[in-house]
Every structure is written in structure tokens, then in C-alpha cells.
Design a protein around this ligand. Structure first.
Ligand code: ASC
Length: 151
């Protein structure tokens, strides 16, 4: 038990001591990181979408596995939004992310929360639970993209 608590405390300390900006050698790497994370999240989220929209058969175990990937990435994705790395291209990260950082962070936490609920819903092995949770995550993705992605 003591070892478990010590391990958890170490992990929590590590997580808290990882400043996002220190994790990339160059600004381009932060951009590549968030784009890659977004690509993988969208792929696995899309696989759940195919199930909830009846394009592929519902597979409860696959839904959990896909939701786990989205959940893990939803928690680290934000490290890629390093100050000074706004995207200039269409679809790139808006400079508003850094001028409204608290609001952006709120949207990020909201998305993480909805994804946590998606994973919980997937684990109930019920397509009826998965459907609304999928929709809520999609809305949280869209809200952030509407506000913080260059048109
Ligand atoms: C996705 C994806 C998004 C969101 C959004 C939901 O699969 O790539 O950006 O869902 O479209 O509205």
C-alpha cells in the first residue's frame, strides 16, 4: 500500500513538473505534436463514430480501446500549444489561443471531461450510452475549433 501511494505520488509529481514548453526541441515540433495528436484522436474517435452511426457493427471492446486512445491523448494534447507557435495557414492554431489562454484552457478541460465520460460510457458496453457521449465529445471538439482554428 505504501509503495502504491509512493508510486502515485511520484507520478503526480512528474506530471506536474513537465512544463509544456520544455518538451520540444523547436517550435515546429510543438506544431507537429499537436497535429499528430489531433490526427490520431480523430482517427480513433471516428471509429467510435462509425459504430454510433451504424456504419460499422457495434463492438464493445473496440469502442473501449478507441476511447482509451482518445482519453490518453485528450490529456496530453495541450502540451503542443506552446506560446509563439500560432499557425498562419488556414486551419492552423489561432493567435487567440494565447491572447485568451484561460478561455482556451477552459475549453480544453471541457473536452477532457467529455472524453472521460465517453470512456466511462464505452465501459458500460452499451451503444445507447455511447451515442450521447460521442455527441457531447464532438460538440466540445467543435466549440474549440470554431473559436480557435484559423478559418
Ligand atoms: C472529429 C474531428 C473533429 C470533431 C468535430 C466534431 O472526428 O476530426 O474535429 O470530430 O468534427 O464536430
Amino acid at each position: 500500500m505504501n509503495r502504491l501511494i509512493a508510486a502515485a505520488a511520484t507520478m503526480a509529481a512528474l506530471a506536474l513538473s513537465l512544463p509544456a514548453s520544455a518538451q520540444f526541441q523547436k517550435p515546429e515540433d510543438a506544431i507537429k505534436y499537436r497535429q499528430s495528436s489531433m490526427f490520431v484522436m480523430a482517427n480513433h474517435f471516428g471509429r467510435i463514430g462509425a459504430m454510433v452511426n451504424n456504419r460499422t457493427p457495434y463492438d464493445a471492446a473496440a469502442a473501449v480501446a478507441n476511447a482509451e486512445v482518445v482519453s490518453a491523448l485528450s490529456r496530453v494534447h495541450w502540451a503542443g500549444f506552446v506560446e509563439g507557435t500560432a499557425g498562419s495557414a488556414k486551419g492552423g492554431a489561432s493567435p487567440k489561443i494565447w491572447s485568451e489562454r484561460a478561455k482556451f484552457d477552459d475549453a480544453a478541460r471541457r473536452m477532457e471531461g467529455e472524453v472521460a465520460k465517453l470512456l466511462a460510457a464505452a465501459r458500460t458496453n452499451s451503444l445507447d450510452n455511447l451515442r450521447p457521449a460521442f455527441g457531447a465529445v464532438g460538440q466540445s471538439c467543435k466549440a474549440c475549433h470554431d473559436d480557435y482554428r484559423n478559418p
